[in-house]
Design a protein around this ligand. Structure first.
Ligand SMILES: Nc1ncnc2c1ncn2[C@@H]1O[C@H](COP(=O)(O)OP(=O)(O)OP(=O)(O)O)[C@@H](O)[C@H]1O
Ligand SMILES: [Mg+2]
Ligand SMILES: [Zn+2]
Length: 367
């Protein structure tokens, strides 16, 4: 099963398959039901969280002749699912930025659909349009023909002019939680007959940085190599990530003030060609977790997203090692050294310095 196939196979076909955007989906379902669909929408939010997917679902629902819309059974729905509906026009504003493209669009918008009721124009990455193009688009949005619905999608709504925004219904898509990403990954793995362990799913979700699309393509990539079972170690290996266990080890060596062993561990990670800024970032997350858990153990849910359960256990067990005043100083040490990765002639040096400063400066008597 290739990445592409996986991605197409699991593209949501109805509203209830869209995860974690209930505030948007609820409003769209209602609008379709009540026949109160706006002429223009603005869908904003991070990459790969369902903006284009939701716009396509809206288009399909608006042209569906079934009872539950979209029914996924009528001719129009089938056309949409096969990607051959004439009533869906998708424009990528990143590569069609100019006024000519928008003028062309204004011309074509006038024609009523050959079949079905609505033509839906999705303008992706709309913030990329030139000022002239925005002005031309504004004219269309001011007097849209009855059959036309515009969905403007963007990852950067700050760059969309207020005049445009005021003509639209604006919905902000949120970044999904790790549990929402892993839930979907587990579902996909299950229906492909693949066993994916919890930590493995979490590592994929973390690597995808909040994007459903990226998490799916990573899963596809891994499934192309590993067929029946996927473990955390295999996920790390295929993504080229250092074992999280070695980073936990590094944290513990620092607390034990074992500089030689810590330096040796860094040398091993470096020899294996691992991304050391990634190690540094995870170390930062460890200390941030210490900060929160020291302040109040009830704050755990806030930091739990970025860490694995076994990592949280280790951190909790080590809390007595920290004097109150030293945590923010340690965080500053790790944070400041992140900047050094960009200009260091020796790739592992910033991490080595971090570890030495953390070990050397840890004076629990002075706070
Ligand atoms: N909320 C979601 N629920 C379930 N699957 C999702 C969701 N968001 C994205 N996906 C999956 O990721 C794929 C890509 O999503 P989509 O194209 O809708 O993202 P987008 O928000 O438009 O991103 P971009 O800003 O990069 O265009 C979908 O085909 C689907 O498989
Ligand atoms: Mg999109
Ligand atoms: Zn239908």
């Amino acid at each position: 099963m290739s990445e592409q196939v996986l991605y197409r196979k699991y593209r949501p076909k109805s509203f209830d398959e869209v995860v974690g955007q209930e505030h948007v989906i609820g409003a769209l379902i209602n609008a379709v039901k009540m026949n109160r669909v706006a002429h223009a929408y603005l869908f904003s939010g991070p990459r790969g969280v369902g903006k284009t997917t939701s716009a396509r679902l809206l288009a399909k629902a608006l042209n569906c002749i079934g009872k539950e819309r979209p029914c996924n059974a009528c001719q129009s729905c089938l056309d949409f699912n096969e990607g051959r509906s004439m009533n869906l026009i998708e424009i990528d504003a990143a590569s069609n930025r100019g006024i000519d493209e928008i003028r062309e669009l204004r011309e074509s918008v006038r024609f009523v659909p050959a079949s079905g009721e609505h033509k839906i124009y999705i303008i992706d990455e709309v913030h990329m349009l030139t000022r002239e193009a925005f002005n031309a688009l504004l004219k269309t949005l001011e007097e849209p023909p009855a059959h036309a619905v515009f969905v403007l999608a963007t990852t950067d709504s700050e760059k969309v002019p207020a005049t445009i925004i005021s003509r639209t219904q604006h919905y902000d898509f949120r970044r999904p939680r790790i549990a929402e990403l892993t839930g979907r990954l587990q579902k996909m793995a299950k229906s492909e007959g693949v066993a994916l362990d919890d930590t493995g799913a979490r590592l994929i979700a973390l690597a995808a940085e909040g994007s459903f699309r990226d998490s799916e393509s990573i899963l596809g990539q891994i499934m192309a190599v590993e067929d029946k079972t996927i473990t955390a170690a295999e996920v790390e290996e295929i993504l080229g990530l250092p074992r999280r266990q070695s980073i936990k080890k590094l944290f513990e060596l620092v607390l034990d003030k074992d500089a030689p062993a810590a330096l040796k561990l860094i040398a091993d990670l470096s020899d294996a060609g691992y991304d050391l800024p990634y190690v540094q970032k995870l170390l930062l997350q460890y200390y941030r977790a210490v900060l929160f858990l020291k302040a109040d153990p009830k704050l755990q849910p806030i930091i739990a997203e970025d860490l694995l359960p076994e990592e949280l256990e280790t951190i909790s067990a080590r809390l007595p090692n920290f004097a109150p005043g030293e945590i923010s100083r340690a965080l500053a040490v790790i944070f400041d050294n992140i900047q050094r990765f960009r200009k260091t002639p020796i790739p592992q040096l910033p991490l080595e310095l971090t570890v030495l400063e953390l070990i050397g400066g840890k004076r629990s008597d002075t706070n």
